[in-house]
Design a protein around this ligand. Structure first.
Ligand code: NFS
Length: 656
């Protein structure tokens, strides 16, 4: 099958830092005013430590730090005798543990909030999606009949929390994976037992002098990552849906232009909707709106950055001001009265930059304080009151606002494609299943599905990898599902609206999008919501016609501008679930040929999915498209079945 080169996707940047003109505009302005941002600090770090970039620096014990010369003729070892592959494996595995811990601790906070909501129905949180509650209850083995939603929710929360502390057995949600996949995990002895146990064991195995076999380290790396994807992240997503509602498609706006010149701007940044949901509620409080007016503002404008933005966008249509690299820029508009942060992806530099403006930086989690920020400790017990206090603080800061400079850029988008919404969207009320998606893949209108996810990284042109890759994939009739900062990048570029199908998608995909009225790029939520993609892939297998396992599906994954440990954990759980996954920029494993061969090649035999690292976005698209075509061929669906119009004679011929 010939690949279509999508020249629209090739953007010449003339040394600009971003494909987003609002970013370039503010960066130039900030530079002229001596305001430092992530890009400048990234440049200051050059030249970077080559050993670190290749994963060859070991500082696990203080006999070191040690480093291995990747081009040395002699086989070098660290002081303890660790080879390059062991050093790289330990570093990589610890990144998995870090990422899995972050997602899972988020999941734990949601489970604790559900427990609190079930015990205190009058306290502010409610159980919004009872259908989802019942579905999750079934998976967790919780009795539904003749019980109130609070009773069910209580036991669901307790069972979910038990998934963290389990010492033996298996975490609950892996039973949602296809049978073949579950059997493989059991055969390899990597079905996660308990979320916390796997993370702790990963840290133990990789401390000095324990697991010294890179293959064995990575088997447990896979188990730890699975405890994230099918454990902590899935608990976060499913329980958030129960508490706050399962997303369905809605319109929203994205980019720095969503900040208002006349309203009090409150930007919420971080990850846990347990906080941001309460801020959404408090921002609608009439007394607070009246107070804002009294202070000279037109009203209250809530906007988001990063994944917390995705959470409240998907459920309430709250506008998104930008992705990770835009957090400092949002403040440099001078228009933000308060930035409220909780956990993860929050740059400590925000405290410094907020000092140059009237902005109050407010931390809310006991786990995440920043020197120079105000702290309003947030717990589920006082959630709504604290949210109101924070908003009041922002409002009273409005009169201190100086000159503002808000870029004009803002774009429409459609978001909210939970896997339940994808089923409904493609199948309608009467055929709500994955049958239409599978049918369209089998008949070749859609060639396959790609997950394009992850962060932004100042080492490469901001947003360019996400946008170019996605344009190339949809031009080749590959339906794209997105989460995290990648979804925000493509939304800003106008790819998350139905009209994008006519402009960028191949003929087959455009036809499906036109029929259904959906964009060719589906926004499924925050990074913990990558678990929605795992469930969608499992449903595609169960629906039939595309093989017996996720590894047989014509699908691929990518994180073109990754930077976080969380991205590594996500990459590993997709690979261990059978998905070919490509990372851009580089991977901190490439210093060891032995280890690279293991995860790039040997993993395919082990898991049916494997890693790849490819900094060139055009080549990355090629790898994904080739993989999807290879899977189509194996399934015997590589030739698109043309629709044949039969005349009477042909019909007669058929009857003979
Ligand atoms: Ni994901 Fe979300 Fe963004 Fe990367 Fe950070 S916000 S959890 S880690 S940077 S996509």
């Amino acid at each position: 099958m010939k690949r279509k080169q999508n020249n629209k996707g090739k953007r010449t940047m003339n040394n600009k830092k971003s494909v987003d003109s609002s970013v370039n505009y503010l960066l130039e302005k900030n530079e002229s005013q001596g305001l430092e941002t992530v890009w400048e600090r990234s440049d200051q770090q050059k030249p970077r430590c080559g050993f670190g970039e290749l994963g060859l620096c070991c500082h696990i014990c203080y006999m070191g730090p040690c480093r291995i010369n990747p081009s040395g003729n002699k086989r070098q070892r660290g002081v303890c005798g660790a080879t390059a592959e062991v050093i790289v494996a330990r570093n990589f595995a610890r990144m998995i543990a870090g990422g899995a811990a972050a997602h899972s601790d988020h999941g734990r906070a949601v489970a604790k909030t559900l427990l609190f909501a079930a015990k205190n129905p009058e306290a502010g949180y409610s159980i919004k999606d009872v259908n989802k509650l019942k579905k999750v209850a079934q998976v967790l083995g919780v009795k539904i009949k003749e019980r109130s939603k609070e009773e069910i929710a209580l036991e669901v929360a307790e069972k979910a929390l038990a998934n963290f502390g389990n010492q033996e057995g298996e975490i609950s949600f892996i039973k949602l994976a296809p049978e073949t996949r579950q059997s493989l995990w059991r055969k390899l002895n990597i079905a996660p037992r308990g979320i916390d146990r796997e993370i702790v064991e990963m840290m133990h195995r990789t401390t000095m002098g324990v697991d010294q076999d890179h293959r064995n380290i990575m088997l447990h790396g896979a188990r730890t990552a699975l405890a994230d994807g099918w454990g902590g992240s899935m608990i976060a997503t499913e329980l958030q849906d129960i508490l706050f509602g399962t997303p369905s498609p809605l319109r929203g706006k994205v980019n720095l232009g969503v900040l208002s010149e006349t309203d009090v701007n409150i930007v919420v940044h971080g990850h846990e909707p347990v906080l941001s949901e309460m801020l959404v509620l408090a921002a609608q409080n009439q007394e607070l709106i009246d107070l804002a007016k009294k202070k000279g503002a037109a009203g209250i404008n809530l906007a988001g950055i990063c994944c917390t933005a995705n959470e409240i966008l998907l459920r309430h249509g709250v506008p998104v001001a930008g992705n990770i690299l835009q957090q400092e820029l949002a403040l440099s508009t001078g228009a933000v009265e308060a930035m409220i942060v909780d956990v993860q992806c929050i740059m400590p530099s925000l405290a410094e930059i907020s000092k140059c403006f009237h902005t109050h930086l407010i931390t809310t989690s006991s786990k995440a304080k920043i020197e120079g920020a105000r702290h309003f400790e947030f717990t589920e017990k006082n959630a709504l009151q604290i949210a109101k206090n924070i908003i009041k603080e922002a409002i009273t800061n409005f009169p201190n606002r100086g000159k503002v400079d808000i870029p004009k850029e803002k774009m429409d988008l459609i978001a909210g494609f939970s896997h339940e919404a994808i089923i409904y969207m493609l199948g309608g009320t009467f055929r709500s299943s994955y049958v239409p998606l599978n049918d369209n893949i089998i008949n070749g209108r859609i060639k396959g599905v790609a997950g394009v996810v992850g962060c932004c990284n100042p080492k490469v042109t901001h947003d360019q990898g996400h946008v170019s890759l996605v344009e190339e994939l949809i031009a080749n009739d590959i339906l794209v599902v997105q989460t995290g900062c990648s979804a925000i990048a493509c939304a800003k570029a106008g790819l998350l609206v139905p009209e994008a199908a006519e402009k960028h998608a191949g003929k087959g995909l455009a036809e499906v999008c036109r029929t259904v009225g959906m964009p060719p790029v589906l926004h499924s939520g925050s990074c913990v919501d990558n678990s929605r993609i795992l469930i969608a892939l499992s449903e595609m297998v169960k629906t039939g016609g595309l093989g017996k396992d996720i590894s047989e599906l014509p699908v691929a994954g990518a994180a073109p501008e990754w930077m976080s440990e969380k991205a590594i954990s996500i990459g590993q759980y997709f690979v261990a679930s059978g998905v070919f996954t490509v990372f851009g920029i580089g991977l901190p494993v490439q210093g060891s040929k032995v280890f690279s061969h293991h995860i790039f090649k040997e993993f395919e035999d082990l898991f049916g999915g494997m890693w790849a690292a490819e900094p060139d976005i055009n080549k990355m698209a090629g790898l994904m498209i080739d993989h999807i075509n290879k899977k189509r061929e194996k399934l015997g669906i590589s030739k698109a079945k043309e629709r044949v119009l039969y005349d009477m004679e042909m019909r007669r011929g058929l009857e003979i």
